[in-house]
Design a protein around this ligand. Structure first.
Ligand SMILES: [Zn+2]
Length: 373
């Protein structure tokens, strides 16, 4: 039996999950809250959870066999499994390829399970989009702490002592010497902080940094950042020393959410503008689907697309826009799928960036993309 892998919620993890795919409907995706959040719902311990959630009705004999095998693999894997703490989880089980992958989620998701020929990533992708991890740098003249805001909390990553002397008035030569020395101390302190921050940003594939603490020191820090790192700073929050990290985290949450909204508006405007100018953008379900299949998509913006039908053939794996009827390729009966989920899956497969909107994006017919070429 395959050893389960446990991954953090990152774009790379979702790309890994999207690669778990077969022509047949033999992939089960399970969402469930973390153990502390599962409460007294002892009626469904983890090994039995997907059984009642994956509907056995209406399955072909092959699909029923896939369901049975997947649930067996799930039971065998989770019977003695101890997962690290997390608010929630998504797991993907593929018995044909003998893969089982768990990804930590930053929120206590409702239990849900799906049987399909690819993982159901919509819920995880939305959480990744809304609760993307970021770095928080708290710094004053005495100390600096770099935190990683991820999975619904703040974890301390690095700590640095500043011990930069206070500004004191002495006058004359000694004052000048004193100032030079202090400038040097600040320079060294900021460089040290930037080195550690650079490592964390690379390791965690972060795109956003929030600065908190002493305003003057944060200015000194920003002056020494590379243009790339500077561009990642989305918010500066003056803050007194001695704040509880939980307060710092709460204070940064709204800034992170605002940045998320700003990015969505920017993408929507850019797609509309590029498209109007005949540039590298397309919109609407049909053109977007074609671009996703050609792996031409750099950045996908997808709304709920509730009125867009999508079908998939469980027999030959064909799929397309429109209501489920009979497969044009093999003649089997097709089944309806979430269009948004299909598009998101394809985007992760093609290593595209994914932005999920709660708005219906009528100016883009529900969905649009920036193209690579
Ligand atoms: Zn077919």
């Amino acid at each position: 039996m395959a050893n389960p892998s446990i991954l953090p919620l990152t774009r790379a993890s979702l790309s890994d999950l999207s690669a778990i795919e077969g022509r047949e409907r033999a992939v089960v995706t399970v969402y469930f809250p973390g153990s502390e959040h599962r409460g007294r719902d002892a009626s469904s311990p983890l090994p039995d959870l997907p059984e009642r959630l994956v509907d056995a009705r209406g399955l072909t004999p092959d699909e029923a066999e896939h369901r049975r095998q997947s649930l067996d693999l799930w039971r065998a894997t989770t019977a003695d499994l101890s997962l690290p703490p997390a608010s929630g989880w998504v797991a993907v089980v593929s018995w044909l390829t003998d893969q089982i992958v768990f990804v930590q989620l930053p929120s206590a998701v409702e239990p849900a399970a799906y049987l399909d020929n690819s993982p159901f990533l919509l819920t995880a992708a939305r959480l990744l989009d809304d609760l993307e991890a970021y770095a928080v740098v708290y710094a004053d003249h005495e100390r600096a702490v770099i935190y990683l805001a991820a999975l619904g909390g703040l974890a301390e990553e690095e700590r640095l002592r500043g011990d930069v002397k206070n500004h004191v008035r002495k006058g004359g030569w000694s004052q000048q010497r004193y100032e030079r020395r202090r400038d040097k101390e600040i320079h060294r302190y900021c460089q040290g902080l930037i080195t550690k921050l650079t490592a964390i940003v690379a390791e965690e594939s972060l795109r956003r940094i929030i600065l908190a603490g002493d305003k003057l020191l944060l200015n000194e820090l920003e002056k020494r950042m590379t243009p790339d790192m500077s561009a990642m700073v989305v918010c500066r929050m003056p803050m007194e020393a001695g704040k509880d990290p939980r307060d710092i985290f709460r204070a940064t949450l709204s800034a992170a959410a605002e940045e998320e909204g700003r990015e969505e508006r920017w993408l929507r405007d850019t797609i509309r503008g590029e498209r109007a100018a005949g540039g590298r953008a397309v919109a609407g379900p049909a053109d977007t689907l074609a671009a996703l299949r050609e792996k031409r998509v750099r950045h996908l913006l997808v709304g709920p697309m509730v009125d867009v039908d999508f079908w998939r053939c469980g027999s030959c794996g064909a799929s397309g826009l429109g209501a489920a009827t009979t497969c044009g390729t093999c003649g089997a009966t097709t089944y309806a799928q979430s269009a948004a989920n299909e598009f998101i899956d394809l985007a992760y497969e093609g290593n595209s960036r994914v932005e999920i909107s709660d708005e219906d994006l009528s100016d883009l017919d529900g969905v649009g993309v920036l193209l690579r070429w």
